[in-house]
Design a protein around this ligand. Structure first.
Ligand SMILES: Cc1ncc(COP(=O)(O)O)c(C=O)c1O
Length: 384
């Protein structure tokens, strides 16, 4: 698909990525890809649309989605979650909010590894929980066991892990995850592991390691949330799964009136089912495109904009650009939007650790990516 044709499609989309900014701005913010989803997913959706298959649909409430997810997870990551411990939710964030409300009490501390995906902050503080911060080490965005231990205070009851990590693109190593598991055990913490980025881990490292795969102790104190929405570009279709390994959380969820959790849209459920059943070939191809984009982006930034350092993302299609040495800090996304007409995610939204940074989404066509990079360079090199 040529870019000029696709740019017309992209600009006509109703989603927020291409709607938020004026028509001359290239958006590279929210985590949607600019590529259409997998043909197998489109076929599943088309079949439903063509037969007006919109009646009450129980697919999302039976075991079919947990079953295909657990098989996907076994095939790709060597971890087979128990189907009986897995439940379908509407979004990935919903089971996080639910687990926090069941597993912690108002005033309890919840630790975040910052900078991190912005909604986590409100999920902690608007629920009346206390934010406990662990700042990832800037040199490599690593987790250090001793520093983590020191960050935890006696009132800390839970932590939210984002693995792979948004925005740094880290795929945490087994050693780092084992340190988290060990410390969680020492302090009896609930571990909520957001693994929505599980599929986009590039070759060269250990691959994606599900937290709960570390062993029964880790599994038994954790809730793992994920969905097909990042991997297959289905963010608006709202269908997710959670493995409720922590029996207390599973019992708390089972005790809720089911209506309080809402339901899952049949289109989202069928798209997810098709993705996890037949989507692997497309995903492999797409990951190859993202990998090449990542390398291209890193090479251009290193050669043409060395004053903006970036750690090479090991995972995700996000790059976390450090503009602190430039004149466009502390909120570079604002200046890039105003002067460069390019829409990145503002670093400060990712916590105080994000001051001076901006997040770039490289899941786009090469020509658009080059235009995004050109505009960033022109803005940084400009004087306005
Ligand atoms: C780490 C992380 N969690 C959750 C989400 C959103 O997932 P959902 O729309 O399924 O709640 C995103 C979206 O970008 C994300 O990056």
């Amino acid at each position: 698909m040529g870019t000029s044709h696709d740019i017309d499609r992209l600009r006509a989309l109703t989603g927020i990525k291409w709607q938020r900014f004026a028509g001359d701005v290239i958006p590279t913010w929210v985590a949607d890809m600019d590529f259409p989803t997998a043909p197998v997913v489109l076929d599943a959706l088309r079949a439903m649309v063509e037969s007006s298959d919109f009646g009450y649909n129980m697919t999302s409430f039976d075991d079919s989605i947990p079953k295909v997810w657990t098989e996907w997870s076994l095939r790709r990551f060597g971890w087979k979650p128990e189907v009986a411990e897995t439940k379908v939710f509407s979004t990935t964030l919903q089971p996080i909010a639910t687990a926090l409300s069941i597993g912690t009490a108002p005033g309890d501390g919840v630790l975040l590894f910052t900078p991190v995906y912005p909604p986590f902050f409100d999920m902690v503080t608007k629920a009346g929980r206390r934010l406990v911060e662990y700042r990832l080490d800037e040199a490599g965005w690593r987790i250090d066991g001793d520093r983590l231990r020191a960050a935890i205070d006696p009132g800390t009851r839970a932590l939210i892990l984002c693995n792979p990590h948004n925005p740094s693109g880290r795929a945490f190593s087994r050693e780092e995850l084992q340190a988290v598991a060990q410390i969680a055990q020492e302090h009896d913490l609930l571990v909520i592991s957001d693994e929505i980025w599980q599929d986009f881990v590039y070759p060269g490292g250990e691959g994606h390691i599900p937290f709960a795969s570390l062993g029964p102790e880790a599994s038994g104190r954790s809730v793992t949330v994920t969905s097909a929405s990042k991997s297959f570009n289905l963010g608006g279709l709202s269908c997710a799964v959670a493995h409720l390994g922590d029996a207390r959380i599973a019992a708390g969820v089972a005790a809720l009136p089911p209506q309080s959790l809402g339901g899952v849209n049949a289109l989202g459920a069928h798209a997810t089912h098709a993705a996890w059943t037949h989507g692997e070939e497309w995903l492999t191809e797409t990951t190859g495109v993202l990998h090449a984009n990542r390398d291209h982006l890193m090479a251009r930034l290193a050669a043409e904009l060395p004053e903006v350092p970036v750690e090479t993302p090991e995972a995700t299609y996000l790059a976390w650009l450090d503009f602190r040495a430039t004149h466009i800090a502390p909120d570079p996304a604002k200046r890039l939007l105003k002067h460069g007409r390019v829409g990145l995610s503002p670093g400060p939204d990712f916590g105080t650790a994000g001051k001076g940074f901006a997040r770039l989404n490289f899941a786009t066509h090469r020509e658009l990516l080059d235009e995004i990079i050109d505009r960033i360079i022109t803005t940084v090199r400009g004087t306005s």
